[in-house]
Design a protein around this ligand. Structure first.
Ligand code: NAP
Length: 227
């Protein structure tokens, strides 16, 4: 079973539909935007910052959970220079991107450990390595995922559970659409391949992680060659 959060986002939605079309068992979660369509029948509304809601969700679906791949795609950003930042907005980013990802991971781990198999895959960002003006919360939240998966990889290796991040560059769908056209052109000029990524590349990287038992505690850069 594949569990994927953030299926109403650009990337999460692409991945959900790809797995659905491939006839994989998949359960998706969304937050404020209920997706319409038959393929979303097995999807749940959930705020991943609410640990008790996350626990209830995993308990509710636990009978369906075998060979689990957890794809943590839900995420938010907040744009502000640090000296002007609103502390509540800053904290919200940490709560969704870091704590929410942890709550999901923590809740599925007992099942994965019992079954001696699991794949935990977080959609992280190149911003965790480079920093970008106005993104201290986002960068901190994604950098936190690096330390988190490394510890979780160690704790669970003997149960054949792997934990990895994909450090995404900039993709054609999702969050990029909140960035001005002018800024998008600036970003593109720094990408060796000179274009935003097709989400199919994310799907292929996730498949590689799912199939590669020896890969754990790693962050894979997927960014078209950013200089
Ligand atoms: N797109 C890119 O170029 C890019 C680059 C680097 C990294 N990433 C990472 O890739 C992931 C997916 O990005 P995206 O572009 O698809 O993002 P997106 O289009 O902005 O979608 C964000 C998703 O997160 C969900 N979400 C937000 N707050 C939530 C909460 N409190 N609880 C549960 N779900 C919540 C949203 O649900 P609702 O819509 O239902 O509210 C939505 O499905 C993110 O983690 C992002 O940081 C993306």
């Amino acid at each position: 079973m594949i569990i994927i959060t953030g299926i109403t986002g650009g990337i999460g939605n692409y991945l959900f539909n790809k797995y659905f079309e491939n006839d994989e068992d998949i359960i998706g979660t969304y937050y404020q935007n209920k997706p319409e369509g038959n393929q979303y029948k097995n999807c749940y509304q959930m705020d991943i910052t609410d640990n008790s809601a996350v626990e209830k969700f995993i308990t509710a679906i636990s009978a369906q959970l075998e060979n689990i791949t957890l794809i943590n795609s839900a995420g938010i950003s907040y744009n502000s220079f640090a000296h002007k930042a609103n502390v509540d907005e800053w904290t919200k980013v940490i709560n969704v991107n870091l704590n929410g990802t942890f709550y999901l991971t923590r809740s599925v781990l007992p099942l994965m450990r019992k079954q001696n198999f699991g794949r935990i895959i977080n959609l992280s960002s190149i911003v965790s390595q480079t920093g970008v003006l106005g993104t201290s919360a986002y960068a901190a939240s994604k950098a936190g995922l690096t330390g988190m998966i490394k510890s979780i990889a160690l704790e669970n290796a003997k149960h054949a559970i792997t934990a990895n991040n994909i450090n995404l560059g900039y993709f054609k769908v999702g969050m990029i659409n909140t960035v001005s056209q002018e800024m998008q052109e600036k970003i593109k000029s720094k990408i060796a391949l000179n274009e935003f990524g097709d989400p199919e590349n994310i799907y292929k990287t996730i498949q590689y992680i799912r199939e590669t038992a020896y890969l754990t505690g790693s962050c894979i850069d997927l960014n078209g060659g950013i200089v």
